[in-house]
Ligand binder design. Structure first.
Ligand code: GRF
Length: 192
């Protein structure tokens, strides 16, 4: 089977992007990471991607008057790369139908909670404040509803006595790095 061409969208650290790149080094993995795009020139993940020999590109959202204009520029770049799938990995932009419709069923995201719980930001703080005993991460399709698209895979972690945002987020992040490559493989294999 031909490996699916994947573009990764980031805004920062890029540790999940790196986990995808690492998984895709295996020739048997069903996807290859073709490019990494950031809306911020200072995203640390860009250097990480370059070190892995992956094409990087910056499209600065502040250069565009509207969300739609930014999305159109991003879409032009992604289309030019002839991608099959987009993987968002800490990409901190709300997307408009300009992108969402073009990539419907072909764009996925990783979120640090057990969706549908704790959509949005500050997920670890909110889980700790609620006193839940299980937390985790999810990979889902990106739709117009923020963090609300169909769930592809989830991984649970326990919430331990004495956990802080730091300890809990580190436990979840370790699971994210395993879950995202697994979920991308599922989606890539199913795509015709
Ligand atoms: C991760 O926690 C991810 O779930 C969320 O943003 C964070 C990105 O981290 N969407 P990184 O840039 O992949 O290290």
């Amino acid at each position: 089977m031909k490996r699916k061409r994947v573009g990764v969208l980031i805004s920062g650290r890029g540790s999940n992007m790196a986990a995808l790149v690492e998984a895709a080094r295996d020739p048997a993995y069903p996807a290859e990471i073709v490019c990494v795009v950031s809306n911020r020139a200072d995203a640390a993940g860009l250097q990480l991607a370059k070190r892995h020999g992956i094409a990087t590109h910056v499209i600065n959202h502040t250069d565009y008057a509207t969300r739609e204009d930014f999305d159109a520029a991003l879409n032009d770049y992604l289309q030019g790369k002839k991608l099959d799938l987009i993987a968002c990995a800490g990409f901190m932009r709300i997307m408009t139908p300009v992108l969402l419709e073009r990539w419907a069923g072909r764009m996925i995201n990783i979120h640090p909670s057990l969706l549908p719980l704790y959509k949005g930001t500050h997920t670890h703080e909110r889980a700790l404040a609620d006193g839940v005993k299980v937390h985790g991460c999810s990979v889902h399709y990106v739709t117009v509803e923020l963090d609300g698209g169909p769930v592809i895979a989830r991984a649970e972690v326990p919430v331990l006595a004495g956990d802080t945002v730091e300890t809990l987020s580190a436990r979840v992040l370790a699971e994210e790095h395993k879950l995202y490559p697994e979920a991308l493989a599922i989606v890539a294999r199913q795509l015709t």
